[in-house]
Structures are given as structure tokens and as C-alpha cells.
Design a protein around this ligand. Structure first.
Ligand SMILES: Cc1ncc(COP(=O)(O)O)c(C=O)c1O
Length: 473
């Protein structure tokens, strides 16, 4: 492809992108293809000769698009969002065009220094203390792994990096509702799933600090070495907020690393009214939140903040001759701040988003999402045949349909499973579920970039109508 063809196709694609954004709300949100259907339509061998771009694009439309679930539809209410936004998409186009691999300062000084600056902006925007330093990671899973590895290395005097595990019997703590990435990270860090203690919950599905204290003491008595606590601000199931200050007190008493997983809820901290979640932050060692969830920034972009960047760098740094540069002593080399060596230029999209929205614009969008979710929760409280299954501190509503006279637990689970399936196959909206106290619970996650109040109102009406129409037969 030559430059002029690239120019022509790129213009055509921008039209495609704008049309997609304009029409996405009319598309079935969840893809309806069957397992293997897309695979069966893909050539089993790569083409020997290059193909015209028109044909590739035609196949993209006819083979790939039907198998896509539309995360950027305003009728998307599933999991947590992975929002993009126009400024973020435009920045991604530039990032792809520049194609820079930003592992070291010299490999693109502007990428490093922009990352330093936007992470300072983000720190201020969400009200983290100035002692925190930020770095962009690909995901919260990776950031939490970095936290556990740093905690592990610090606690072992950087010995495990050199010798592997010898005798350390570390234990890690999180709530029963903490994200599965914590267990995955504990496995990867060599600590082992069986040494991850799942702490009991209070009635709001948040970690019970007294149970944490008891678990830590029991482990000490049995000869284990408690290492770290991962507290969640916004659990995935119900967006429960673990009480940071009480957890911090336990960590301080026992010298434990405290990592905060605010993957979803961190964005809400741009609202000063939500900063109550940060009470206890003085004792936090590391903190992650995902602008790629709720802050309108294309996946992947995870903001990881640490109190002691030297500990992070000491955990990861390795400097073979071919990576040495003449400025190593005086610049930030993000290759040493995490697992990957090669790094995408992720700061650019964050910079574009923050500048195009402005902090005020971001606050308004997030406040609207929280308000609209609150309206749905209020309506559920008024409806006799729906039940709120958890508090709604943010923009995720946990509920179930509970028709009067039906109280059998299994039957209620089936009714709600059928309701969710009916909603999702209708294509009109997409939502997902969890189990809370063992009960099938539907989650309505408000907060898609192009969502307006009317989308939330319509979704809630469809849910009620569908539930009352058919789901409980
Ligand atoms: C609370 C929480 N932590 C961690 C994660 C994992 O995020 P990532 O996909 O960035 O690894 C999620 C994903 O939804 C989450 O909800």
C-alpha cells in the first residue's frame, strides 16, 4: 500500500468509524454468533499473495462485525465498561501511526515525560496524596501483580528475585468478593492460591476488618508470614467499598503492604464527594485504577500509583548492555517500572481525553452516571416485585426480579437467569450477573460514554416489561 492509497483508505475508514459511532445504538448489543461460526468463515491458510484492501474490508464487515459485541453501545450495561471516546480514538490513531515503542526515555522522550505529567494530573484529579508516583500499566491485573512482587521482594530483602522461594511462607489477604485477578497474581508471584486468605464480608459485601485481623493473627500463630492486603474500592460483583482506614490500621499493626484495587471505582474519585472512599490512604503502599474502564480512555490504560517508586524499580530493573543509555541516571525509564520491556505510548490518549473533556467535563459525565443508577435503584425500592441485592454506592445496580409469592431460592435463580437470557438475546441491551449471598443477581452497569439518561430509563423499562411479561413462566 502506498501513501496515497493509505490516505484514501484512511479517510474512508474515518467515515466508517463516524457512521459506526452514530449507529451503534441500533445494533444488537451482544453478538448472536454461535461458537465456531466466525472460525468456520475464516480461510484456513493465509493468502500467498497480497489482497486488495477493499476485499479485506468487505470481509471485516461480513465475517468479523457479526461476531462483535458492541461495548461502545449506549445500551451496553454488562461487566464494567471498557469505554472509549472520540478524543481517545483520535489519539490511538496517532499512537498507531507513530508506532513508537516507548520502553526508555531515549526511545521517545516525549512519551516518557507526557506519562510523568499525565500521571501527576491523574493523581491530583482523584485526590491521591502527592507522595504517590504513577506509571501506566496495561491492566489492573498487571498492576496488582507488580504490587505483590514489590511487596514480596521488599519483605525478603530482594532475595526471592535472586534465589527463588526458599523458606518464606507468605500469606496475602483480600475479601471474598475481591477480583479473580488477585488470585491469579498470587499464583504468578509464587505465593500460591492456598496462601490467599479470603476474608469474610460485612452485610454490604465489603471486607470485615475484624475478620482480617483475626486471620492475620491466626497465620502468625501458625508460622506464616503475612505479606500484603489487597483492599477493593468497588468490587466487581457489587461495587462494595472495603473500609480502607480500618484495614490500614491492621496493616500498620502488622507491617503489611497495602494495595488498593480501585480498578472500577477509581474514576469516581474525580468527584470530591466520593473521596470518603480514600479515608486511610496515608497507609496505602500502592493503588490502581483503570481509566480504560470508566474514564473514556481506550483499553488498555491502567493507572498504577506507588508510594515508593524505588522499591518498584528495584523489583524489576535488569540492565543488559544493549539497553543502557547515556542518560540513564537522570531520566525515567519506564521499562524498569513493570513487567513488559516494550511499552505502547498510552499516555497520549489519556492526555487527549483529559484535555478534551476537561476535569469538569469528566466530573459531570461520571456524576450523571451515578445519578442515573441511583434513580434506577430508587425505582427498584418502590417496585414490589424487584429487589435491590446490594447498596449502590457508584453506578452499578445489583438487583433481581422477585415476583410475589415465589420464594424458592432455586426458582428465583432460574427466573433471573431466564430474564437475563431473554434481555441479552433481544439485542436491546446487554447485562451480566453475579451471585451475592449465593443468589443470582443481575448487574446494571451505567456509565457507557455515549449513554444518556434516556438509554438508562429505556433499559430499565425493558427489564421490567420483560420480567413481568414472560420470565417467570
Ligand atoms: C475490581 C477489579 N479489579 C481488577 C480487574 C481486572 O482488570 P484488568 O482487566 O484491567 O486486569 C477488574 C475487572 O473488571 C475489576 O473489576
Amino acid at each position: 500500500m502506498d501513501v496515497e492509497s493509505f490516505r484514501r483508505y484512511a479517510h474512508e475508514l474515518v467515515d466508517w468509524m463516524a457512521d459506526y459511532a452514530a449507529n451503534v445504538e441500533n445494533l444488537p448489543v451482544m453478538s448472536g454468533v454461535a461458537p465456531g461460526e466466525t472460525l468456520s468463515r475464516l480461510d484456513s491458510a493465509p493468502p500467498e499473495q497480497g489482497e486488495p484492501f477493499e476485499r479485506i474490508m468487505a470481509d471485516f464487515e461480513s465475517v468479523i462485525m457479526p461476531g462483535m459485541t458492541h461495548w461502545q453501545s449506549p445500551n451496553y450495561f454488562a461487566y464494567f465498561n471498557a469505554n472509549n471516546s472520540f478524543p481517545s480514538i483520535l489519539a490511538e490513531m496517532l499512537t498507531a501511526t507513530l508506532g513508537a515503542q516507548c520502553m526508555s526515555w531515549v526511545t521517545s522522550p516525549a512519551a516518557t515525560e507526557l506519562e510523568e505529567r499525565v500521571m501527576e494530573w491523574l493523581r491530583e484529579m482523584i485526590g491521591l496524596p502527592r507522595e504517590f508516583t504513577g506509571v501506566i500499566q496495561d491492566s489492573a491485573s498487571t498492576a496488582t501483580l507488580c504490587a505483590l512482587l514489590t511487596a514480596r521482594e521488599k519483605a525478603s530483602g530482594w532475595a526471592i528475585n535472586r534465589h527463588g522461594f526458599c523458606k518464606e511462607q507468605f500469606t496475602v489477604y483480600c475479601s471474598r468478593e475481591a477480583h479473580s485477578s488477585i488470585e491469579k497474581d498470587v499464583r504468578i508471584a509464587g505465593i500460591g492460591s492456598h496462601r490467599l486468605r479470603r476474608i469474610a464480608l460485612n452485610e454490604d459485601f465489603a471486607m470485615d476488618p475484624a475478620a482480617l485481623e483475626a486471620a492475620v493473627n491466626a497465620d502468625i500463630d501458625e508460622g506464616y508470614k503475612p505479606l500484603a492486603v489487597v483492599a477493593a474500592l468497588g468490587t466487581t460483583g457489587s461495587t462494595a467499598i472495603d473500609p480502607l482506614d480500618a484495614i490500614a490500621a491492621v496493616c500498620r499493626r502488622h507491617g503489611l503492604w497495602l494495595h488498593v484495587d480501585a480498578a472500577y471505582a477509581g474514576t469516581a474519585l474525580i468527584l470530591p464527594s466520593m473521596r470518603w472512599m480514600l479515608k486511610g490512604i496515608e497507609a496505602v503502599d500502592s493503588f490502581v485504577f483503570n481509566p480504560h474502564k470508566w474514564m473514556f480512555t481506550n483499553f488498555d490504560c491502567s493507572a498504577y500509583f506507588v508510594r515508593d517508586p524505588n522499591a518498584l524499580v528495584n523489583t524489576f530493573t535488569l540492565l543488559p548492555e544493549y539497553l543502557k543509555t547515556s542518560v540513564d541516571g537522570s531520566v525515567t525509564n519506564y521499562r524498569d517500572w513493570g513487567i513488559q520491556l516494550g511499552r505502547r505510548f498510552r499516555a497520549l490518549k489519556l492526555w487527549f481525553v483529559i484535555r478534551e473533556y476537561g476535569v469538569q467535563g469528566l466530573r459531570e459525565a461520571v456524576a450523571n452516571h451515578i445519578r442515573w443508577a441511583g434513580e434506577v435503584a430508587d425505582d427498584i425500592r418502590r417496585e414490589a416485585d424487584f429487589e435491590l441485592m446490594a447498596p449502590t454506592p457508584l453506578a452499578t445496580v445489583c438487583f433481581r426480579y422477585h415476583p410475589q409469592g415465589v420464594d424458592d431460592a432455586e426458582k428465583l435463580d432460574q427466573i433471573n437467569q431466564r430474564l437475563m437470557d431473554a434481555l441479552n438475546t433481544s439485542g436491546k441491551l446487554f447485562l451480566t450477573h453475579t451471585k451475592l449471598n449465593g443468589k443470582m443477581t443481575l448487574r446494571l452497569v451505567v456509565g457507557q460514554t455515549r449513554q444518556e439518561r434516556r438509554h438508562v430509563v429505556a433499559a430499565w423499562e425493558i427489564i421490567k416489561r420483560t420480567a413481568r411479561g414472560s420470565a417467570h413462566s
